[in-house]
Design a protein around this ligand. Structure first.
Ligand code: SF4
Length: 921
């Protein structure tokens, strides 16, 4: 048994993990108690990483060999690596020769390691001579980057995680941190316990679990953040809460801002934002003066934010106006005080460090700056670095759809699901002459468009580094070799680059010898990257590979022994005159607003247990339980008004497309608004490509939609346990069949409360206007076609029912085609794994109610211990009376829920608040 220290590959918290492995296989994972991001904690996603790396999972979903398509429409067929690499190099070289370097675009990912990013960036900007390199970080962090640069002079996060424990006020905006950054949220819970006077303000159009726990929730209308920020500053000015001495000494541009915010009184802002004036006033006071009753004492105040500010057509304005509040109150660079943007992806920051965006060069250099281009050219031994700006993410796909970009190389990201305006993306991928997909998972939707598929190594199989939200660089280490023939991403980039060096005209200074890509390993790539940082704001020349045994924050220049926890504490900023800049933007509403045709504001966000497109987390039944079937969430009043029962299928339509989903009541969503999780496969058909003019980040958080009933009388519901190691493969085999349906959902399921590996099966829900497929095809795939299967057929009503009860007397599978009213309780019985005794025939009877009453499991809450809402409610009703903390402790002692990763704690606390003990008189 070996142990390997590494880093979680999911969110930007960047938790350290220890991977257990044996005989080339990952066998376990736990939090690294010495890692300063998490001190041993992991969330529900990190804690199950080893299960996603289990051979039985990987063999079903991983890309194991290079593949190529003989022609469009033909299946992908295996080829040897050399043939695949030669084909990529030949096709790229011939397109570059014919159409120029800018006919090629590279679309990368914030999940790549820094070394991968560095290699790709040098390949594109140095070797090919095109700046058409952009990444999915453009969809995630570019507004925060643009905001930091505009206000502070550099893309440098001033605060650190320790500040959560030191702040008196924490201002969380546009972030459901309890779900999206759970381990950091655990630190906030600790801080609140240690300092009950701490105030937490949450700004969010939804009443998320993060918002429900706040001292003050500002449930503003989507897109009105700039108005709120301006109004808070207005109030601070009115009440003398700004720090004039700090403004005078360390900033510029305040007069224009003061003039701007004059018109944004809290009363006016309350109307625009849909808030109470008193709440805006309270937020401004807490922000400016901390939780102290002494209004003259300032902070410390920490801001935390994520996509709610960034994914907006005014994303940069939202960021700069938030930074205005920190600068106006001097709340920056001091313990507990500062703006701390939370990165969505594990290495969005590392990618920026090496210049992995279309407008950047290595070590935070700007492409538009001739001196910076000359520096990078000198570092790389080139005659020049091209001046032409590269295409940003949406621009790149628009250019491919327009025929301007002829070749796309897509690595470690899934634009056929994750980009907005999917109609445009699909056109781009279809029209593009040559599409290379470098990917670890064959299940990624973009693989369907690949001319060549290059199998990439993934978590637990790669060496390199990542940088988390607090500028901390951590090592990523390989515990096991990549499966099949998969290779590290940087290695694949180098393999192609070396071939291209022989095929493209040299751009190197005369007399250069050897390859530009002569790195022997990831350490060599990192060493070159380190050298590019010398003298820059992120200087890490004081670090070496061995020194990275301990995660370190940048900067850490030569001579330093430890990185900087905080930046700008001396009031000197990275601008030409050392002063931070105030910005005074006018308010611009969302790109689309509700109107008579599209009367609903759609917002998007994350689920607790899923990550991005779910290619990895979606493989585990245990992580699917909490979210369940994707749905459009609406306020219960909206369902009542429209006479829709929960689960009714509805059509959600925007100006770009329409999708069908079940509707789910949720009082976290305001009336006239709706919410769909970003993990829902088709949600980006609805969202548009309107983007922030400064950051080019698309408005993935908002769209105007209409939601109407839809008539899909043919429905099919089925679920079954499947032989070990087959469920995911069967899921893939069924996908083409499901494509014929107007609505189709399929996901893995497990036995409730089972060991993590427990029985794994599939559940399906299909709907169409007429029978879209033969139920036999689904029954066959689920093992419900023959053998000991009970049947009921009613051809007159197009009804077919199949039920399989195993030799153990438990329900093993069912299929209902036609009337599916029984599907809900049948699935519950299947997942409960209770014997069905003599009720087997009754399971064929249909009907919304089961033949005997049996408590349903209810919504999954604690997926570590398989505890559902029903069991929790029972325990809470029978609990001894006491305060909320005592009843939570009783619940945890009784059911063990919330005692493992803690991701469900906000849910448990909400249930404790809602469900009071039944007092027997
Ligand atoms: Fe991974 Fe969870 Fe930590 Fe994020 S909070 S890095 S997903 S373990």
């Amino acid at each position: 048994m070996a142990q390997t220290r590494s880093t979680c590959p999911y969110c930007g918290v960047g938790c350290g993990v220890i991977i257990d492995s044996d005989a080339g296989q990952v066998t376990g994972v736990r939090g690294d108690p010495e890692h300063p991001a998490n001190f041993g904690r992991l969330c529900s996603k990190g804690q199950t990483l080893h299960l996603t790396a289990a051979p039985a999972v990987m063999m079903q979903v991983r890309a194991l060999r290079p593949m190529r398509r003989a022609e469009r429409g033909a299946p992908l067929r295996p080829v040897v690596w050399d043939a695949a690499l030669d084909e990529v190099a030949d096709r790229l070289a011939s397109i570059i020769e014919r159409d120029g370097a800018d006919a090629v675009g590279l679309y990368l990912s914030g999940q790549l390691l820094t070394e991968d990013y560095y290699a790709f960036n040098k390949l594109a900007k140095g070797l090919i001579g095109s700046n058409n390199v952009d990444t999915n970080s453009r969809l995630c962090m570019s507004s925060a980057v643009a905001g930091y640069k505009a206000s502070l002079g550099s893309d440098a996060v001033p605060a650190c995680y320790d500040d959560i424990g030191l702040a008196k006020t924490v201002f969380i905006t546009g972030s459901n941190m309890a779900w999206a950054h759970p381990v950091l949220y655990r630190r906030l819970e600790d801080a609140r316990r240690a300092d009950p006077a701490m105030k937490v303000i949450v700004v969010d159009p939804r009443r998320t679990e993060t918002a429900a726990e706040a001292d003050l929730h500002l449930q503003l209308l989507p897109g009105t953040d700039v108005v709120l920020h301006h109004a808070m500053l207005h109030l601070m000015l009115w009440e003398g809460l700004v720090d004039h001495a700090y403004i005078q000494a360390h900033t510029s541009g305040f007069d224009a801002l003061r003039d701007r915010v004059r018109e944004f009184s809290p009363a006016h802002a309350a109307k625009v934002c849909g808030l109470r004036e008193a709440d805006i006033v309270m937020a401004a006071r807490w922000f400016a003066s901390g939780s102290s009753s002494d209004a003259g004492r300032r902070g410390p105040t920490l801001s935390l934010w994520c996509q709610g500010l960034n994914q907006s057509s005014s994303g940069t304005d939202k960021n700069t106006t938030l930074l205005n509040l920190h600068l106006a109150t001097g709340q920056i660079g001091q313990p507990g005080a500062g703006p701390l943007s939370l990165t969505g992806q594990p290495n969005a920051m590392g990618g920026r460090e090496v210049g992995g965006l279309a407008n950047l060069l290595s070590a935070h250099r700007d492409l538009a700056n001739p001196a910076h281009r000359a520096e990078v050219a000198a570092l790389w031994g080139l005659t020049d670095v091209p001046e032409r700006p590269g295409k940003t993410a949406v621009e790149m796909f628009q250019a491919a759809a327009d025929g301007e970009i002829k070749a796309l190389w897509i690595a470690c990201t899934n634009p056929a699901q994750s980009m907005p305006d999917q109609a445009l993306v699909q056109r781009a991928l279809q029209r593009c002459e040559f599409v290379v997909v470098q990917e670890a998972y064959t299940t990624a939707a973009t693989v369907a468009f690949a001319d060549v598929l290059l199998p990439a190594a993934s978590w637990g199989e790669k060496e390199g580094t990542v940088t988390n939200s607090e500028r901390r660089i951590s090592r990523v280490r390989a515990a096991v070799p990549p499966p099949g023939q998969a290779r590290a991403d940087w290695q694949i980039a180098v393999d192609v680059a070396k071939r291209l060096e022989r095929r493209l005209p040299s751009r190197r200074v005369p007399g250069s010898a050897g390859s530009m890509f002569g790195w022997a390993d990831a350490e060599a790539v990192w060493n070159e990257h380190r050298e590019t940082t010398r003298g820059r704001d992120l200087d890490i020349t004081g670090l070496d590979w061995a020194g990275l045994a301990q995660p370190q924050q940048w900067p850490l220049p030569a001579g330093a022994t430890v990185g900087a926890a905080r930046l700008f504490g001396d009031g000197v900023f990275a601008t030409s005159d050392g002063r931070a800049r105030f910005h005074a933007p006018a308010w611009r509403p969302t790109a689309e607003q509700r109107d008579a045709h599209y009367p609903v504001s759609l917002t998007t966000g994350r689920w607790r247990d899923q990550w991005h497109g779910t290619t990895r987390t979606g493989t585990l039944a245990r992580l699917q339980d909490h979210g369940g079937e994707p749905a459009v969430e609406m306020h219960p009043q909206e369902l009542t008004r429209r006479h829709w029962a929960p689960g009714t299928l509805v059509r959600v339509k925007s100006r770009r497309g329409a999708i069908v989903l079940p509707v789910r009541p949720s009082d976290s969503v305001a009336p006239a608004q709706a919410f769909i999780a970003m993990h829902a496969p088709q949600v980006n058909q609805l969202l548009g490509s309107a983007r922030c003019p400064q950051s080019q980040q698309p408005e993935l958080k908002h769209s105007a939609v209409r939601i109407d009933g839809v008539s899909l009388p043919w429905q099919l519901a089925a679920a079954a346990w499947l032989p070990a190691g087959e469920a995911l493969a069967i899921q893939q085999r069924l996908q083409p069949l499901l494509a014929a349906c107007s609505y189709a959902h399929i996901r893995p399921i497990g036995l409730m409360g089972s060991s993590p590996e427990g029985p794994v099966g599939l559940v399906l829900h299909l709907a169409h206007t007429t029978p879209a497929l033969a139920p036999e095809a689904v029954a066959e795939a689920l093992g419900l076609a023959d053998g000991a299967v009970l049947r009921y057929d009613d051809p007159r009503h197009a009804t077919q029912r199949r039920v399989r009860v195993g030799a153990d007397g438990r329900l093993h599978g069912f299929l209902y085609s036609g009337d599916t009213a029984a599907a809900g309780w049948l699935l519950d019985w299947l997942q409960q794994g209770q014997p069905v005794g003599g009720l087997a025939r009754a399971l064929l009877a249909g009907g919304a109610l089961p033949p005997v009453a049996r408590p349903s499991t209810g919504r999954a809450v604690c997926t570590c211990h398989g505890v559902g809402e029903t069991a929790i409610a029972e325990v809470l009703r029978a609990a001894p009376e006491g305060n909320d903390a005592a009843r939570l402790a009783h619940l945890q002692n009784t059911l063990a829920c919330g005692t493992s990763c803690g991701s469900c704690l906000p849910s448990l606390k909400a249930l404790v608040r809602q469900i009071q003990p039944v007092v027997i008189a």
